[in-house]
Design a protein around this ligand. Structure first.
Ligand code: SAH
Ligand code: SF4
Length: 355
């Protein structure tokens, strides 16, 4: 099976062209076709010679996925289920925000981190997505927008779909480089957020990377006991080590970190948890903020329930009173299974019934 041309950064494509006895500058022409004019066939790249087009056709495909289901929710959230060339399914979500159009991408098939509340973790990691498979999710959504003819552009990206992005570090970094390239979609790094469950060595590596991309960390608990009970990763990288990596990141980048905190009734949402969380973050108030996330119930994890509005509000108030920046996350597309992994798992169940 041929690789996708979306796998390559512009400089990798230049090198590839030179190796294949082509002119280096063709890379920027090809990029213009892919990312500005957004063609879906090499044949449409009309300023390239037949020979170059043939070489590209022999060597690459363009999009390594096709859409299976597209669901539009009442709030304009659109969910795409894509099938990859090896028939695995992945999901991508487009959200309409006040500040623009934000797309949530998947980075792996399944996930090995094993958080006990998450629909994605129900499937062990089958493989990493290639760079091209991540890029193609954005391009497919952009093609949809182009077809609607309203001139809308994907302006923001959140790497918060299925998978642990830092467990697929190189491909995710190349994806971010391609999205940020001024000759590509040119999505500003500050408009991009990567969420990790807390792979400490990679947080440090990310801190030293020049990209100005935002970082979010799935904290979900203020102490090791609760965190280990819901996130296995906490055994390998307990809160103390995570906070060391956070300090390192803040010192290196001086950029804000978001802490994601899913509100699970009776598990991590009590007043004492809020006080512990405020204590944990008290010396980093200026450069951190907490995102309280309403839990989307997952059929297979029926031991977890969403926190009540009262508990969420009390939790929020305690954090605020301690001077911690904090928001309760707005929900998108609950009518179309937009929560992490839910459309995909529903489709898989349907397929099983069909078989
Ligand atoms: N693996 C990465 C990124 C993908 S998950 C991570 O864990 O950070 C993106 C976010 O969605 C994480 O904060 C995750 O904890 C959260 N999440 C997972 N399942 C959820 C659910 N059922 N309801 C609400 N948020 C969920
Ligand atoms: Fe993986 Fe993130 Fe789900 Fe945890 S929350 S299982 S890290 S996708």
């Amino acid at each position: 099976m041929k690789p996708s041309i979306y796998d390559l950064t512009q400089s990798e494509l230049s090198d590839w062209l030179v190796e294949h006895h082509e002119k280096k500058f063709r890379a920027s022409q090809i990029w213009q076709w892919l990312y500005e004019k957004r063609v879906i066939s090499f044949k449409d790249m009309s300023n390239l010679s037949h020979k170059t087009i043939e070489l590209l056709e022999e060597s690459f495909i363009i999009a390594p996925l096709k859409e299976v289901v597209v669901q539009e929710g009442e709030d304009g959230t659109t969910k795409y289920l894509f099938e990859l060339t090896d028939h695995h399914m992945i999901e991508t979500v487009l959200m309409r925000q006040a500040y623009g159009l934000s797309v949530c991408v998947t980075t792996q098939i399944g996930c090995n981190i094993g958080c006990t509340f998450c629909a994605s973790g129900l499937l062990k990691k089958q493989r990493n997505l290639t760079t091209g498979e991540i890029v193609a999710q954005i391009m497919k959504v952009q093609h949809y927008l182009d077809d609607q003819g309203k001139g809308e552009r994907v302006s923001h990206i959140v790497v918060m779909g299925i998978g642990e992005p830092f467990d697929n570090y190189k491909n995710v970094m190349n994806f971010l480089t391609i999205m940020n390239d001024s000759k590509g979609l040119h999505i500003g790094a500050r408009h991009v957020t990567v969420s990790t469950s807390g792979l400490v060595p990679k947080i440090k590596e990310f801190a030293e990377n020049g990209l100005q991309v935002n970082l979010a960390i799935s904290l979900h608990a203020p102490n090791n006991e609760v965190r280990t009970s819901i996130m296995q990763i906490n055994k390998a990288y307990p809160i103390e080590r995570l906070m060391d990596a956070v300090d390192f990141y803040l010192e290196k980048t001086n950029r804000r970190i978001t802490f994601e905190y899913i509100m699970l009734a009776g598990v991590n949402d009590q007043a004492e948890h809020a006080r512990q969380l405020a204590e944990l973050l008290k010396d980093k108030k200026k450069l951190t903020y907490v995102n309280l996330i309403p839990y989307n119930t997952v059929e297979e994890h029926n031991n977890y329930q969403r926190s009540s509005k009262e508990d969420t509000l009390e939790f929020y108030n305690i954090l605020k009173k301690q001077g911690i920046n904090c928001v309760v996350r707005q929900e998108f597309g609950t009518d179309i299974d937009a929560a992490c992994g839910q459309l995909r798992s529903k489709q898989m169940k349907k397929e099983k019934v069909k078989k």
